[in-house]
Design a protein around this ligand. Sequence first.
Ligand SMILES: C[S@@+](CC[C@H](N)C(=O)[O-])C[C@H]1O[C@@H](n2cnc3c(N)ncnc32)[C@H](O)[C@@H]1O
Length: 225
Amino acid sequence: MAAESPGVKPPPDRLYGRIKGKKLRPRQEWLLAEFLPRVSWPQVPFGIAVRETWLEVGFGGGEHAYALAAANPDVGLIAAEVFENGICSLLSRLAPEGEEPQIPANLRLFTDDARPLLRSMADASLGKLFLMFPDPWPKARHAKRRFVHPELLAEVARVLKQGGEWRIASDDPTYQAWTDEVLAAQTLFTVTRATTRPDGWPPTRYEAKAIAAGRQPVYWSLLRR
Ligand SMILES: C[S@@+](CC[C@H](N)C(=O)[O-])C[C@H]1O[C@@H](n2cnc3c(N)ncnc32)[C@H](O)[C@@H]1O
């Protein structure tokens, strides 16, 4: 069991992780200033009528979002990330230097806190939500910063349609115990738990690092009842 109770205060909409990392190169400055506005959600709507809308929270380098969007061309994926270097990684996948930039019809970037975005969404408007290796905040006093939280669970349940899926992965033992504890205390979702990545879940960069360092990821699939 987690050392701290899920009954901690609700999570504030404040970002604690890093937003800026290494100094940006001129190409990255260009991507943010000139290319990002062409793929930004909600300013640029999807280029097709999508079958469903999905949301990824904290896409990191963007490999998971890119793979999902490519494998599901009839779904609209909103990929949210706040860390500039991560945002540039996904942008440079879409606009490799020296090549014609591609604007996928079904992938848009949201470059701010995903929690207010989630709150702004209509009831039952999302088909899937992805939370791959969220920042673990392992100290008990930082538990309210974790995305998996009883209050946010209710919000995700509101926004997901019935039968919709919330995928969570974590390699951090404290976050794993915390997630198990939060999920055991709820009745909104039917939960499946695995220790090998389920079929159809694209890998992520963070996951590869965790496995290389000998950490065991856990993968939860939550189906909205
Ligand atoms: C540990 S990294 C994992 C990245 C990626 N999902 C992966 O597995 O490689 C967590 C990411 O979530 C982002 N993040 C944290 N809180 C966020 C929020 N409220 N909205 C959007 N992104 C967030 C961080 O900037 C960070 O890049």
